[in-house]
Design a protein around this ligand. Structure first.
Ligand code: NDP
Length: 295
């Protein structure tokens, strides 16, 4: 038969994970701190474990999807001896160092460990489009790949470093909040002249698609960034600094808080003061790298 899988944590995501293993025919054991969330799963053939220890003892593969690493630590730490000889597939969101620490703990204890990041929402789990990223021992990933791939067609192994899945997650979410928050700032500015989001939409949509997205997704830009090639004949640091100055000043005049832009403005000022006024804006990355190299 198929490998037994236990799912620890039946929040929105844990339930989707367990349901997917179940529909693929795996024997599934589930555990959740509070009662009731296993109802539909048990109805579909999952076994309810009364304790996390019981869930761990029931399967070879232990999928963990809890709200934080703190919760994951307090759940798994007492079960160390029971976990030996099994594989933890930790899909809990945390920091890259959280993942590295837990992986080191597991390795020392003789527990196999893979760390994953789910770049999808619960309804996407099990679909060909769902992206799940993994770090950890490659041979382990390869051994369990057929089971892991059930959760998403875009299941991808990244590296031996168990922190990289969450590092990718972090990078993507950082881009999301930067873009997202700026979107609200823009609309707060527009509201000072009673311009609605719907009226602005054709312009913002065109701006994002014709300019911003190509700028952030071009192979050439990625290569230049990797090479530290900041030359530009399109728009230099000085003109971008003046642009930021104008956004901050305008926002202040219009009564829209622009505090989140101040550190960006300060970095651009600093770059110009350092003599990089003719370089491209991409040189700002120099102000945030080399603080801690890893790997
Ligand atoms: P939910 O809030 O729906 O579920 C949280 C889970 O953590 C529940 O099982 C909850 O148990 C458990 N939990 C919280 N505190 C404790 C505790 N002290 N002891 C034991 N169990 C505890 O969250 P999600 O399922 O949405 O998210 C789970 C993980 O998946 C998170 O790390 C999240 O970042 C990640 N994720 C979620 C995505 C999503 O779209 N939902 C997308 C990508 C990743 P109880 O039911 O008893 O409260």
């Amino acid at each position: 038969g198929l490998i037994p899988v236990s799912v620890i944590g039946l929040g929105n995501m844990g339930q989707a994970l367990a349901a997917t293993f179940l529909s693929a025919g795996h024997p599934v054991t589930v555990w959740n701190r509070s009662a009731g969330k296993d109802k539909r799963l048990v109805g579909n053939g999952a076994v309810r474990a009364e304790t996390a220890a019981e869930a761990v003892a029931a399967s070879r593969i232990i999928v963990v999807c809890l709200s934080t690493y703190e919760v994951a630590w307090s759940t798994l730490m007492p079960l160390k001896t029971t976990l030996v000889g099994r594989v933890i597939v930790n899909l809990t969101t945390g920091t890259p160092d959280d993942a590295r620490r837990m992986s080191a703990w597991a390795e020392e204890a003789g527990i196999d460990y893979l760390d994953g990041a789910i770049m999808a929402i619960p309804p996407m789990i099990g679909s060909p489009e769902a992206l799940l990223l993994y770090g950890g021992r490659k041979e382990l990933f390869e051994a369990y790949q057929p089971v892991l791939r059930l959760l998403g067609g875009n299941t991808t192994y990244l590296s031996e470093d168990p922190g990289v899945a969450l590092l990718h997650d972090l990078a993507m979410l950082t881009m999301m909040y930067g873009a997202w928050y700026s979107y609200f700032h823009a609309h707060a500015l527009l509201r000072t002249a009673h311009i609605s989001a719907e009226v602005f939409l054709p312009y913002s949509s065109n701006w994002l698609q014709q300019l911003i997205v190509p700028m952030l997704t071009s192979k050439d830009a990625a290569r230049k960034l990797d090479e530290g090639d900041y030359a530009t004949d399109i728009s230099n640091m000085t003109v971008n600094k003046l642009g930021l100055d104008n956004i901050v000043k305008s926002s202040q005049e219009l009564g829209v808080p622009a505090d989140w832009l101040l550190p960006i403005q300060a970095v651009a000022d600093h770059m110009v003061a350092m003599g990089y006024g003719n370089d491209g804006f991409d040189r700002v990355i120099e102000a945030m790298t080399n603080h801690r190299a890893h790997g």
